[in-house]
Design a protein. Structure first.
Length: 334
């Protein structure tokens, strides 16, 4: 089974904070996700390059780099679970862009990238507070300039699942063109709502395209409530009227699924919460893996929950090679 994704190609620049005072100084509301320009991005990085925020006895600077973006995180997780994967995105002709492509290739993925000389690659500065809350300062750069004219039908051929992140919703033409091409190529379309404010700002559009193109819908409780106007299980049931399968993440309580009016309760796995960055994306990875293996929905949800619990126990949005080995040993994947 093969999985293709499309989304914002962003290099995560992860910085662990020793105090929230850094956020106050920079004027970044804790827990927020702000879109910033290239100049503001440089200002923030220059600040941390000159500020003593060493963590732990080693005194090492707490910077980590990782390929990111919601759909990319999800699909690279699928690749780590031995599925054949590809990713469509847009990058700049720079070091971050080269880093991004090389990382996907090293993971055995096929990159389909638009490379621009007129814009830098996108970055997401991820600031992790001592209590594990995340604050994002995102410069989309070239990532936001992906256009429908770049898409070719051969990119979609042979893939069984096509995963789309909600952060592309602002580009209606790109989103619909990609979903239509995927459907015509025989792929099932999965869509992650991404954020409640995206749902709120595009509610009429989403209520139109989800029934038309989406087979698998991923959301959290707040997104489901915004989308349906209902709460809890009622929101799940209402969302289930718009597409074949809905997975609603409920935080520390686990998740809930609905398929053909049947509701499945997926319990959480116990985990030490260090960084919730990537938890939802890793849930998608496990879910698409379970579907690709033909597992029951209950087992599929449990696998998704397991992998999500592993990711929140580390810093960063992805498990490293050793982490994936432990997961695969637990799931007996060879």
């Amino acid at each position: 089974m093969k999985v293709l994704g499309i989304g914002n190609a962003l290099t995560d620049i992860i910085i662990r904070l020793d105090s929230d005072e850094h956020l106050n100084y920079l004027g970044l509301p804790k827990g927020s996700m702000q879109l910033i320009g290239e100049k503001r991005s440089r200002e923030i990085l220059d600040y941390f390059s000159q500020t003593d925020i060493t963590i732990g006895a080693s005194g090492s600077r707490p910077f980590t780099y990782s390929t990111g973006g919601s759909a990319s995180n999800a699909v690279t997780g699928c690749a780590s679970l031995e599925l054949e994967c590809g990713f469509i995105g847009s990058i700049g002709d720079d070091e971050y862009g080269k880093f991004y492509v090389n990382d996907l290739i090293e993971r055995g993925m096929k990159p389909y990238f638009q490379t621009l000389k007129t814009a830098p690659s996108g970055t997401a500065i991820t600031l992790i507070s001592p209590d594990s809350e995340r604050t994002f300062a995102t410069h989309l750069g070239a990532a936001y300039q992906l256009t429908s004219s770049f898409l070719k039908k051969e990119y979609f051929e042979g893939y069984n699942y096509f995963h789309v992140e909600g952060y592309l919703v602002q580009n209606y033409e790109l989103l619909e063109t990609a979903m239509k091409m995927a459907r015509e190529a025989g792929a099932k379309v999965s869509f992650d709502m991404g954020s409640y404010n995206i749902v709120e700002e595009n509610i009429d559009y989403l209520r139109r395209i989800i029934p038309q193109y989406v087979d698998i819908l991923f959301c959290n409780e707040q997104e489901a409530q915004t989308f349906t106007g209902k709460r809890g299980t009622e929101a799940l049931v209402e969302a289930g009227k718009t597409c074949a399968l809905v997975a609603m993440k409920t935080g520390s309580r686990g998740s809930m699924l609905i398929d053909k009016n049947t509701v499945y309760i997926i319990p959480p796995f116990p985990a030490e919460r260090i960084d919730t960055n990537g938890a939802g994306d890793s849930y998608v990875s496990g879910f698409l893996f379970g579907l690709s293996r033909g597992y029951s929905l209950q087992r599929t949800g449990e696998i998704a929950s397991l992998i999500s619990s592993k990711v929140i126990s580390i810093v960063g949005p992805k498990l490293n090679e050793e982490g994936w080995k432990m997961v695969k040993d637990q799931l007996r994947i060879t």
